[in-house]
Design a protein around this ligand. Structure first.
Ligand code: SF4
Length: 341
């Protein structure tokens, strides 16, 4: 399997000004800090973590909706970091985003046909019969009736609006789609329908997804691999089976322990480590391992040194000093190689 998206040392620091009238003091908010991983063509990488951990910022960085502070992004073998707007144009078609809030993301004054057609027009198409045909094709693909084109977003349910958002994202036939919490705002009964639709579309159109969610059960269903983020850093990444059956990082163990288990016999199996307290501010992150203020296994070294992401097995990267003290991990491969990070 070939690598489609690869990032190395990617960071995004937002300047936050304070200091009264002249607002001279600038403190960087480290939303994303030195993140490296890759996504293979045709796979889904799930990205999970608590609110404010930087996962949405990371998703926007990958498709260059926002500019990184440092690091590199390669798309289909070409570095796209620093490309001018015109040089980015062909890549823009190939990378799209589905937003969390299907209502806020759609212009309430535009009819569905215009909403779906807009990306085509931005990329030089005319509002002609061919564009309208493509809109019809997209409506069919996402399971909406042809008559939906003449309606406004407020006339639809949340699930139907998200289908419109998906149609808009896919009308340019992208190769890579960032799904930024696409079901978080929907009723539980509708979530599965949208996840199934995204999976069907992936198979039909050969799409590659970064699927962002805080709900581990949703990520489990759709992902091939899962990356766990904590306060701007990836702390663990592995294939889905490994991360759920054998989580190594204390934060991942706590997240998995927090997922409700329906089968009473399965309750109590595995680690159900609880973490307490809120996620610290990215404006003033803890020194060393950023999880040390909440970690039940914290050691003196954790407060001083940031643990690097190490391969504990092929394709299983963990950033925790317990790995180096417990067993000799080797430097993570940084996303170079099939299934690796
Ligand atoms: Fe906990 Fe230390 Fe591992 Fe961080 S490095 S997760 S504080 S044991």
């Amino acid at each position: 399997m070939s690598v489609l998206v690869e990032v190395s040392g990617l960071s995004k620091h937002f300047p936050v000004r304070s200091g009264g009238l002249f607002r001279r003091v600038v403190t960087p908010l480290r939303a994303v800090d030195d993140v490296s991983f890759s996504i293979n063509a045709g796979e889904t990488l799930g990205l999970v973590g608590e609110s404010g951990c930087g996962k949405s910022t990371l998703g926007r960085l990958l498709i260059r909706l926002i500019e990184p502070t440092g690091g590199r992004i390669h798309f289909d073998g070409q570095e796209i970091t620093g490309l001018t707007a015109s040089a980015m144009r062909p890549h823009r078609r190939a990378m799209q985003i589905v937003f969390q809030d299907p209502y806020g993301a759609l212009n309430p004054r535009m009819m569905v046909e215009d909403i779906i057609m807009e990306p085509l027009l931005i990329h030089g198409a005319k509002p002609d019969a061919e564009s309208r045909r493509l809109v019809g094709e997209m409506l069919k693909l996402v399971g909406l009736p042809a008559r939906a084109r003449d309606r406004f977003p407020h006339e639809f349910s949340g699930g139907q609006r998200q289908r419109v958002g998906i149609a808009r994202a896919l009308v340019l036939r992208p190769r890579f789609v960032v799904c930024d919490e696409p079901v978080s705002a929907l009723d539980v009964s509708v979530q599965a329908q949208i996840v199934n639709l995204l999976q069907d579309l992936q198979t039909e159109l050969g799409l590659t997804y970064l699927f962002i969610a805080h709900d581990l059960s949703v990520v489990k269903h759709i992902s091939d691999r899962v990356a766990v983020m904590y306060l701007g850093r990836v702390v663990e990444i592995a294939d889905k089976k490994t991360i759920y059956a054998n989580p190594q990082h204390p934060y991942t163990q706590a997240l998995i322990g927090a997922v409700p288990v329906l089968n009473p016999r399965a309750r109590g199996r595995g680690r159900r480590q609880r973490i307490t307290g809120d996620i610290p501010s990215a404006l003033n992150p803890p020194s060393g391992c950023r999880f040390h203020t909440r970690c039940p296994h914290v050691m003196p070294i954790c407060k001083e040194q940031n643990p690097p992401l190490l391969d504990t097995a092929v394709g299983h990267g963990v950033a925790c000093h317990l790995m180096t003290l417990g067993s000799a991990g080797k430097q993570a491969s940084g996303g170079k190689g099939p299934g690796a990070l």
